[in-house]
Design a protein around this ligand. Structure first.
Ligand SMILES: Nc1nc2c(ncn2[C@@H]2O[C@H](COP(=O)(O)OP(=O)(O)OP(=O)(O)O)[C@@H](O)[C@H]2O)c(=O)[nH]1
Length: 373
């Protein structure tokens, strides 16, 4: 499949929101609030539990119209992926009346210990699932009081934060201001492209969680900038290391950019526990040759896919007038989306990578080699 081929846009599929977050972070509390809202009235909810007792199932007050299914005795990220695929495939006819599907949106609440990646793979690469469903966004809930400790101790929590399209911080009422500030900074360093929002006992407009992928932003050009992250809206400083006459490189953290400083790597202190996870932003001033970038993406994602947590980009491709938006999770890419116009009239390519244990230099050198070959 070409990363840049927009000739046959996919048929409209059921958008899926993956709701993740560590144990006790507040996922079910949020779901309980969400399903009361009108925009969720035709949502099907799948709750994955770990262990034999379906506690969440009992705590969850089902919406009046929405439906829910419980998957238990395992975690969808590992042992019951096949169950998930089967459940999703069956749901299309199981929740239908007179040949009409009764839901038009799906929310999957994962267990607190789930790595989102295998679930995303099931959604995007299992043919029978991908035919009906499309990932809309990954929403990760982080507890303000325990979040930092959890990120220190649990790789799963780090991956959940790194892969998110939206980060929601819960329990601010029981956290100190210092705890909250430190967590915000840390999350921004781990995943500069995900907006952060505070949640009070799960209260939030459901719409804030929907349409997080580029497809829905086509009509809202300004949101693309947010989707890519503030980091990606910054052109590299004039003296930033140069890849080639055509390419400038920057690796920036949201905090630094917000403060209006020069783009630099996040400070070691901020990232001391998260050394493995890094966000890298590449900025290119001149049009890119599609075949070369595609060959490079294909190589790096096949060699390092597991550690290439997210890839987002808005590209100026040679021969195209409009911006092309790409969006990948590990080695899987959503169909590319062509936007009507360049946001803010600024025509240049931005690529953001959130990686685990992939040094900036590796990306920088190989990308430079491919683009200049
Ligand atoms: N103080 C406070 N408590 C909250 C908030 N949000 C959730 N909680 C509480 O945190 C506890 C855990 O919330 P849940 O919604 O069950 O968390 P969960 O992520 O679904 O938990 P698991 O199913 O174990 O992964 C519950 O007692 C909630 O009432 C909040 O904003 N403030």
């Amino acid at each position: 499949m070409s990363y840049f081929d927009t000739s046959s846009p996919p048929a409209k599929r059921i958008p899926v929101t993956l709701l993740t977050g560590f144990l006790g972070s507040g996922k079910t509390t949020l779901l309980n609030q969400l399903v009361q809202q009108p925009s969720m009235s035709r949502a099907l909810v799948i709750i994955n539990e770990f262990g034999e007792i379906g506690l969440d199932h009992e705590l969850f007050s089902a919406s009046t119209d929405g439906e829910q299914i419980e998957l238990s005795n395992g975690c969808i990220c590992c042992s019951i992926r096949t169950d998930l695929a089967q459940t999703l495939t069956n749901a299309v006819w199981r929740f239908a009346r007179e040949g009409k599907r009764q839901f038009d949106r799906l929310i999957i609440e994962t267990t607190g210990l789930a790595d989102p990646a295998p679930i995303v793979h099931t959604l995007m690469s299992e043919t029978r699932v991908a035919r009906h469903y499309a990932l809309d966004g990954i929403v990760t809930v982080v507890d303000a009081a325990n979040g930092s400790t959890t990120l220190d101790r649990h790789e799963e929590a780090l991956r959940q934060a790194a892969m998110a399209d939206l980060l929601l911080i819960t329990k601010q009422d029981v956290a100190s201001k210092d705890q909250l500030d430190a967590l915000r900074q840390r999350l921004s360093a781990i995943n500069p492209s995900a907006p952060l929002q505070l949640l009070d006992h799960g209260h939030i407009e459901a719409d804030a969680l929907l349409g997080l992928g580029p497809e829905d932003m086509e009509a809202r050009n300004d949101d693309i900038q947010r989707w890519l992250g503030e980091a990606a809206s910054q052109r590299a400083a004039p003296h930033a290391p140069t890849l080639s006459p055509n390419a400038l490189f920057a690796s920036v953290g949201k905090a630094e950019v917000r403060a209006g400083q020069m783009p630099t790597a996040p400070s070691p202190d901020l990232n001391r526990h998260d050394d493995h996870i890094r966000a890298h932003c590449f900025v290119f001033e001149h049009p890119i040759k599609a075949a070369r970038l595609e060959a490079w993406l294909s190589l790096v994602t096949s060699l390092m896919g597991h550690d290439m947590l997210r890839i987002k980009g808005m590209l100026d491709i040679e021969g195209r007038d409009r911006p092309l938006v790409i969006h990948g999770v590990q080695h899987l890419f959503h169909p590319p989306v062509e936007l009507e116009a360049w946001p803010g009239g600024e025509r240049f390519s931005r690529l953001v990578f959130i990686t685990r244990d992939i040094p900036r230099e590796t990306l920088e050198m190989t990308l430079g080699d491919f683009l200049n070959s």
